[in-house]
Design a protein around this ligand. Structure first.
Ligand code: HEC
Ligand code: HEC
Length: 291
C-alpha cells in the first residue's frame, strides 16, 4: 500500500473514532441534561410530598395509613441509564394512582382511601406536579423529606371525644402529656398537632387499645402485617385491575394473602418513647375514644 492509501485508512479510522467519541460525549450530555431536569423535578416533588403525602405514607415513604412508597422496585438505581420496561410501568402506575386515587381493599373501612389528586378529578395538583411527585418517588431522596413538612400547630385544645363524658378541661392534662412526649409534633389530633404522620383524630375507630399500647411501647417490634391491616399486599397487576371499567367490586380484605415478600411496609419513623404504664394508659384511653 502506498503512503496515500495508509493516510486515507488512518483518516477514515480517525473519523470513525471521532464520530464514536462525539456520540458518546453527546449521549453523555443528553443524559446529564435529562438528569438535571429529573433532579429539579424530583426536588419540586419532594416539597409536594412533604406538604400532601407524608401524613399517610410516612416521611420516609415507609408506609403509615397508606403503603410504603419508598419501594426498591420503583427506583432506577442508574439514573440516566437505560430504563427498563418495569420502571416505565412503575411510572405509569404511580402517575395513574396519584391522578385518580384508589379505593383500598383493606378489611377496615376506617382506613382512608388514597385520594385523587389530579385537578380533573377534583384534586389540587396539575399534571406537571404529578410528574414531579413521580420523579421524586422514583429518583428522589426520602431522607430529607422531613424538612419540607409544614410545622405543627401546637396552640388550642385537643379534640374532645364525641359520645363521651369528657370535657375540654379533661383533655388539657392529656395535651400537656402528649406535648411532653412529642406525640403532637408528628400527629394531628383535631386541629392541634403536626403533619409528619397519621392523623389520629379518628384513630379509635381503626385501632384497638391493645394494639395502640403495643405500638407505642415499641413501634419497631410491631410486625409489618399488623401495622396496617393486611397491608397493601398488592401486585402491580391487581393494582391496575382496580382501574378497569367498569370498576371491580371491592371486597374489604379481598387483596392477595399477605406474605413477607408482598407486604409493602418498611421500618417506621415512629421512635420508641419512654413513659410509665400510667402515662401510656392515659394516652391510649383518650385515643380509644376518638372515633
Ligand atoms: C388520606 C391518606 C393518603 C394521602 C394523603 C395520600 N395517600 Fe397515597 N395511598 C393511600 C392509601 C390508603 C393507598 C393504598 C390504596 C389501596 O389500598 O390500593 C395509597 C396508595 C398510593 C400509591 C400506590 C401504592 C401501591 O402500592 O400501588 C401511591 C403511588 C401513592 N399512594 C402516592 C401518594 C402521593 C404521591 C400522595 C401525595 C400527593 C399520596 N399518596 C397521599 C393513602 C393516602
Ligand atoms: C417522630 C414522629 C412521631 C412521634 C414523635 C410519634 N409518632 Fe406515632 N407514628 C409515627 C409514624 C411515622 C406512624 C406511622 C405508622 C407506621 O409506621 O406504621 C405513627 C403511628 C402512630 C399510631 C397509629 C396510627 C394509625 O392510624 O394507625 C398511633 C396510635 C401513634 N402513632 C401514637 C403516637 C403517640 C401516642 C405518640 C407519643 C407518645 C407518638 N405516636 C409519637 C410517628 C411519630
Amino acid at each position: 500500500m502506498n503512503d496515500k492509501g495508509i493516510l486515507a485508512i488512518a483518516l477514515t479510522l480517525a473519523l470513525i473514532a471521532g464520530g464514536v467519541l462525539y456520540f458518546v460525549i453527546d449521549q453523555n450530555r443528553t443524559d446529564q441534561l435529562a438528569n438535571s431536569q429529573l433532579a429539579a423535578s424530583a426536588a419540586t416533588g419532594q416539597q409536594l410530598y412533604g406538604q400532601y403525602c407524608s401524613i399517610c405514607h410516612g416521611p420516609l415513604g415507609e408506609g403509615c395509613i397508606g403503603p410504603a412508597i419508598n419501594r426498591a422496585e420503583w427506583r432506577d438505581i442508574n439514573v440516566g441509564g437505560s430504563k427498563d420496561a418495569d420502571l416505565v410501568a412503575a411510572h405509569d402506575l404511580i402517575v395513574k394512582t396519584i391522578h385518580q386515587g384508589r379505593q383500598g381493599v383493606q378489611p377496615n373501612p376506617q382506613i382512608p382511601n388514597m385520594p385523587a389528586w389530579g385537578q380533573d378529578n377534583g384534586g389540587p395538583l396539575n399534571d406537571q406536579q404529578i410528574e414531579s411527585l413521580t420523579a421524586f418517588l422514583q429518583y428522589g431522596d426520602f431522607n430529607t423529606t422531613i424538612y419540607y413538612i409544614p410545622s405543627a400547630n401546637l396552640a388550642g385544645d385537643l379534640q374532645v371525644p364525641p359520645n363521651s363524658s369528657m370535657t375540654i378541661t379533661d383533655t388539657r392534662p392529656i395535651k400537656e402529656l402528649m406535648l411532653a412526649k412529642g406525640c403532637l409534633n408528628c400527629h394531628l389530633v383535631g386541629s392541634v398537632g403536626g403533619n409528619v404522620a397519621a392523623n389520629l383524630t379518628l384513630v379509635g375507630g381503626r385501632r384497638t387499645a391493645d394494639w395502640m399500647k403495643r405500638w407505642i411501647k415499641d413501634p419497631q417490634a410491631m410486625p409489618a402485617w399488623e401495622r396496617g391491616p393486611y397491608l397493601w399486599a398488592y401486585t402491580a397487576t391487581l393494582a391496575l385491575s382496580l382501574y378497569a371499567t367498569p370498576a371491580p367490586t371491592i371486597t374489604p380484605g379481598g387483596g392477595p394473602t399477605p406474605t413477607p415478600s408482598n407486604i409493602h411496609m418498611n421500618p417506621s419513623f415512629m421512635p420508641q418513647i419512654p413513659m410509665t404504664e400510667a402515662e401510656l394508659d392515659t394516652i391510649v384511653n383518650y385515643l380509644s375514644k376518638l372515633r
